[in-house]
Design a protein around this ligand. Structure first.
Ligand code: PMT
Length: 399
């Protein structure tokens, strides 16, 4: 299995003779399932062409901080948020010194500062430069700040010297990153997730639904695949892109989501209800479009839908962990806690959907993960990052 499936890498290339190896590195990362966006410094362009990196990565190469075209397509902040991993290979002595200073007057420096993603640095330089106190001090500072330094390796150098300073071989860089990212938290496990809204038809052209975009559920599915789980996503009608490695079952009504969820949950280790399920449906569905002609008022009689997650949490084949979401607009924690108890859940993520910057249809979310082992505050972040944090927490509490 591709060990870096769906992981978003920014590959930063700086000015070093080893820059040509970034081509092989890009191919190795993509072979492992990663999405790679390349950022090149001016110095890097003297050693390898952006065109080569564009062809290999399959995307435009990012070079300028103030390039209006690039900012229109994917601005540097967006790029930094998109990344799951920030890798600089090769990292020259100068680029390492600039990272220590937190310089942001080129695109690479700005991306490193703007991303919450873990930073990996693969240095490459002349052996004297590598051995110098200044470089060693800089490397120590970056390590102390949490960066992972990969290599360098020793051997003969392009300049004729022999010693430490060669870029670690691309295959070894990929291997080290894969190990450090600790994939496989959910290897061998089956996770079933519901996502998006459900729709309850009133007539052939109208329905009752809600504002859920599915982004939260899809981010969770991606995090599960990245953690090595067999992942089933039961999705209401949404516009989210398919996630490689996820088995999607498309449904429309609550009853369809209920039936598909019960079937899939019977073999699941974890069930997560991220869907915004429509609780009531019209008692009867008109077979033809309802016309306004002459009608002053209309009563719509609604009857309850099944509670999917409560049924699963109380079933004989209950998954080891059942987690719900609570979309609330007031007394968020209290109502969420009541739902946790009432529906017999192990966890519930309480999010305040009255805040337009998070929750429904936003790329970001925030809330508190309420569980039997206490509460974990999850401050505002991308749904991807939140999903990784939630899945990390759940994986620690599986039997
Ligand atoms: O989809 P996005 O745009 O990314 O937005 C994300 C979200 C706001 C939809 C998500 O974070 C969220 O809060 N999902 C749950 C929404 C919801 O329906 O909450 P609820 O409080 O009504 O339901 C509580 C739990 O019971 C949920 O896990 C829900 O999936 C489940 N439920 C509810 C009703 C029902 N009939 N069956 C259920 O399984």
């Amino acid at each position: 299995m591709a060990r870096l499936l769906n992981r978003n890498f920014i590959l930063g290339i700086t000015g070093s003779i080893a820059a040509y190896k970034a081509a092989e590195l890009t191919r190795d990362l993509i072979r492992e399932g990663a999405n790679v966006r390349v950022v090149m410094t001016e110095g890097a362009c003297g050693f390898i062409t952006p065109l080569t990196m564009q062809a290999l990565s399959g995307h435009d190469v990012h070079m300028d901080l103030l390039d209006t075209d690039a900012e229109a397509a994917m601005g540097h902040i967006e790029l930094a948020r998109w990344a799951d991993v920030m890798l600089i290979a090769p990292a020259s002595a100068d680029s390492i010194a600039r990272l220590v200073q937190g310089r942001a007057n080129d695109l690479l420096g700005a991306c490193v500062l703007a991303t919450p993603a873990p930073l990996f640095i693969a240095p490459a330089m002349n052996q004297e430069m590598w051995a110098k106190e200044a470089t060693q001090d800089n490397i120590k500072v970056l390590s102390d700040r949490g960066a992972t330094v990969l290599g360098p390796s020793s051997g003969s150098q392009a300049c004729g010297d022999v010693g430490a300073g060669r870029l670690l071989e691309p295959a070894l860089i990929v291997e080290a990153i894969t190990e450090t990212l600790g994939t496989g938290l959910l290897a061998g496990r089956h996770v079933v997730i519901t996502a998006g809204p459900t729709r309850e038809p009133i007539c052939p052209v109208r329905y009752i639904s809600n504002r859920s975009s599915g982004k939260m559920g899809y981010a969770l599915a991606e995090a599960c695949v990245n953690a090595g789980a067999k992942t089933t996503l039961i999705s209401g009608p949404v516009n989210c892109s398919a996630v490689d490695g996820v088995h999607v079952i498309a449904v429309e009504t609550t009853q369809e989501m209920h039936d598909a969820s019960l079937l899939a949950a019977a073999s699941a280790d974890i069930f997560i209800g991220a869907a915004a399920v429509v609780d009531f449906k019209p008692e009867s569905v008109a077979s033809q479009k309802i016309k306004r002609n002459g009608v002053a008022e209309m009563d719509l009689r609604l009857v309850p839908n099944p509670d999917i997650i409560a049924t699963i949490a109380n079933s004989a084949s209950r998954p080891s962990l059942v987690m719900g979401f609570a979309a609330e607009t007031e007394d968020v924690r209290e109502y969420a806690r009541q739902k946790l108890e009432k529906k017999s859940l192990d966890y519930i993520f309480a999010n305040d959907v009255s805040d337009a910057s998070i929750g429904f249809d936003s790329d970001r979310n925030a809330g508190v993960l309420i569980g039997q082992n206490g509460n974990i505050e999850m401050p505002i972040s991308t749904k991807r990052i939140l999903a990784e944090a939630i899945i990390g927490e759940l994986s620690r509490h599986l039997d």
